[in-house]
Write a protein that binds this ligand. Structure first.
Ligand code: ADP
Ligand code: MG
Length: 666
């Protein structure tokens, strides 16, 4: 539009400008260099986004071997070497022009994209915000070409001897956009993102070899294998593989109103309307605190997709508690015309033509896999509530299995922590609700203020205000009455009735203690009879190296053991030996997923939170009066008795006033 206006408009504004008078028009077409920098803002968010574009180019070029080397978390240098088709001299230069691509030719091609790239934006965008050197040779030419570009300016072009394929070197990312450079995280965080990205592309292409190295470390090195399963083993190790269930390729014809003949006549369009899913999902015992371990590929393109996340959550309904997530590696393949990949500049989102069909297909395929794998699941469906899904039977089958199987099947390893605790705990009443709306059961943090002020009203409340009751503090005079379901302590004092989550309460007590002991360098350590060998994935390896010292100060004596494993020889005293591995992986995952450069203080808190969560008494544990009294007393001495280190409430309360109101006494 602006081009047309600019061309057709009479030129008085030009004249005005020349004569120094007021500007009437303020719109102009940006120079190419500026446009590229703007595009870079969308395409290049951080080093791993550069690696993503370069990997995709190498894969599109048919490479069988891809090597990635990084320095300074990719901020200083990223180099991707491939043995793909390479480029001839002219193409090597053209590749850096905006919208220059060999992958599509016309707008129609946009509806059937079979390559990972197609926008022709990546190379010019990257070259606009870094110093790039490209070396490449196409089979049709005897010499190779070297092109150097810095900040979008061509610096040098020359002939080089070059074997085959392409090397792209990107140095000093954002050197000319300091504001963006400032947003980059620590080297290890950025390397972690790169490691995770390369790992997942390696998982999507088992037939190719991948290598990722930093200056000090070979993070990943995998040779071609025949099956996805072997690739998972190479990249993640046998322990992870054991936690996963493989979704054997499931194929289905797309049946939808817009594809009438597909339903009736399979032969009519055998190719056009088939969709296929394979991959891996975690067994129900595996519970992650966030979605970071869910990876979804559409036609081997790594994408984020809310529809699919929803489908995955649905398939784990009543298998996993609501706030935890599985691990999933899903590969969906469907005809290019069924999916629009041109919806996001970084190509990280897609739009399906038949969203409902894809959603249900993914959900059902995962669920059937889980049913077939006979998970020892633990969550009875709340009585009276049926799933609003067509396959509620499947879900019920899943849900009903555990009681039948108890005794017959060995329970999963009785490790402490959420999974074990979850085994017997009824999901149906995680947040008990009083039977009338008039008696709200609130987290005690928030209502403290109203409560205190209520009791401060002189007439009624004076005699019942406990002396020590102040905002955020737990009164020291609580008397335990008993437990609900061996999980929640019910206690009273003059202020009303209190319900305390025993696990969260103990977690808080242990957390404060661990933080204190760490500060005093007095963490109690236990030597393990046998070192525990823990396998790490590449991202975990990177995190481990970063935090090894702090782990040691927290009572973990750990040594590298082979290329991808560590040996834990000692751990904090309160941790059970059979829980050490899970704890170690949890710490590495939670720290690794921290999006920003983590401060030492935050790191210490995260470690303390994980340790205390694993050491705390579980729900479904009977406690005698002394233990309950001890716990309530200790809790009242903690710095923050109302919320657990993960931010969940510890204490709920019915105030006396609310009770009186509910019984219509006031
Ligand atoms: P796109 O991938 O969207 O086409 P890019 O800017 O990423 O755009 O790349 C531009 C072009 O450069 C590609 O279309 C391709 O022809 C060529 N190219 C880029 N990287 C490679 C590579 N590693 N090997 C061969 N050709 C490449
Ligand atoms: Mg590309």
């Amino acid at each position: 539009m602006s081009r047309v206006v600019g061309a057709k408009a009479p030129t008085p504004w030009l004249k005005l400008r020349q004569s120094g008078e007021q500007h009437l028009s303020v719109i102009r077409i940006l120079p190419e260099a500026v446009a590229n920098k703007i595009a870079a803002g969308e395409v290049v968010e951080r080093p791993s986004s550069v690696i993503k574009e370069l990997l995709e180019n190498s894969l599109d070029a048919g490479a069988a071997r891809i090597e990635v080397a990084v320095e300074g978390g990719g901020k200083r240098l990223m180099r991707v070497v491939d043995d793909g088709c390479g480029m001839n001299h002219d193409d090597a230069l053209l590749a850096f022009e905006r919208h220059a691509t060999s992958k599509i030719q016309s707008a129609e091609d946009l509806f059937a994209i079979s390559t990972l790239g197609f926008r022709g934006e990546a190379l010019p965008s990257i070259a606009a915000v870094s110093r790039v050197a490209l070396e490449t040779r196409h089979a049709s030419e005897s010499a190779g070409t070297r092109v150097e570009i810095a900040g979008g300016r061509l610096r040098d072009v020359k002939e080089v001897t070059w074997a085959r394929g392409t090397t792209l070197e990107v140095r000093d990312l954002f050197f000319n956009t300091p504001a963006r450079r400032k947003f980059l995280k620590s080297e290890s965080t950025e390397l972690g993102h790169i490691a995770s990205l390369v790992t997942h592309y390696a998982l999507a292409h088992p037939e190719k070899s991948f290598r990722l190295s930093s200056l000090t470390n070979e993070v990943l090195n995998v040779a071609p294998v025949a099956t996805p399963r072997e690739r998972v083993y190479q990249v993640m190790g046998g322990q992870t593989l054991e936690q996963l269930v493989e979704i054997a390729p499931v194929e289905r014809r797309m049946i939808s109103p817009t594809l009438p003949d597909a339903a009736e006549d399979e032969e009519a369009s055998p190719e056009a309307a088939r969709v296929r899913l394979h991959g891996f999902v975690s067994r129900p015992e595996i519970q992650k605190l966030n979605r970071n371990q869910i990876y979804f590929f559409v036609n081997r393109r790594l994408v984020r997709d809310r529809l699919i996340l929803h489908a995955i959550t649905e398939s784990y309904r009543n298998i996993l508690p609501p706030s935890v997530f599985p691990v999933a590696l899903l590969f969906l393949e469907l005809p290019a015309g069924e999916v629009d990949v041109n919806v996001h500049p970084a190509k990280t989102e897609v739009r399906f033509r038949h969203t409902g069909f894809i959603h249900d297909f993914v959900r059902d395929s995962i669920r059937q896999t889980l049913v077939a794998a006979r998970p020892v699941a633990a969550f009875p469906i709340p009585r009276g509530s049926r799933l609003p899904t067509p396959d509620a039977e499947v879900a019920e089958e899943l849900a009903e299995e555990p009681p039948l199987m108890r005794g017959a099947v060995p329970p999963p390893p009785a490790g402490p922590g959420r999974p074990a605790a979850a085994r017997d705990f009824r999901l149906s009443s995680p947040h008990p609700e009083p039977y009338t709306g008039r008696l709200p059961l609130d987290p005690a943090v928030a209502p403290y203020v109203p409560l205190a002020s209520t009791f401060a009203e002189p007439a009624r409340g004076a005699e019942v205000v406990p002396a020590a009751m102040r905002e955020g503090e737990l009164p020291p005079d609580l008397r335990p009455l008993g437990q609900v379901e061996d999980s929640f302590i019910v206690a009273t004092n003059a202020a009303g009735m209190w319900v305390v989550d025993q696990h969260a309460a103990h977690e808080r007590v242990l957390f404060d203690r661990h933080v204190r002991l760490r500060q005093e360098k007095k963490v109690e350590v236990q030597r393990l009879l046998m070192p525990i060998i823990v396998e790490l994935n590449p991202a975990q390896q990177v995190t481990f190296q970063e935090i090894a010292e702090e782990l040691a100060a927290n009572g973990f004596e750990v040594e590298p053991f082979g290329q991808r494993t560590i040996a834990v020889k000692a751990a904090p005293a309160e941790i059970r030996a059979d829980d050490v591995e899970r704890l170690m992986l949890e710490i590495l995952d939670t720290v690794g997923q921290e999006g920003r450069a983590i401060t030492l203080e935050v790191l210490r808190k995260k470690i303390a939170a994980s340790v205390s969560c694993h050491a705390a008494i579980k729900i479904n544990t009977p406690l005698d009066r002394h233990k309950m009294e001890w716990l309530l007393r200790e809790l009242s001495h903690t710095e923050c008795p109302m919320t657990c280190p993960h931010g969940r409430p510890i204490v709920l309360r019915y105030s006396l006033k609310e009770l009186q109101k509910a019984f219509k006494r006031i």
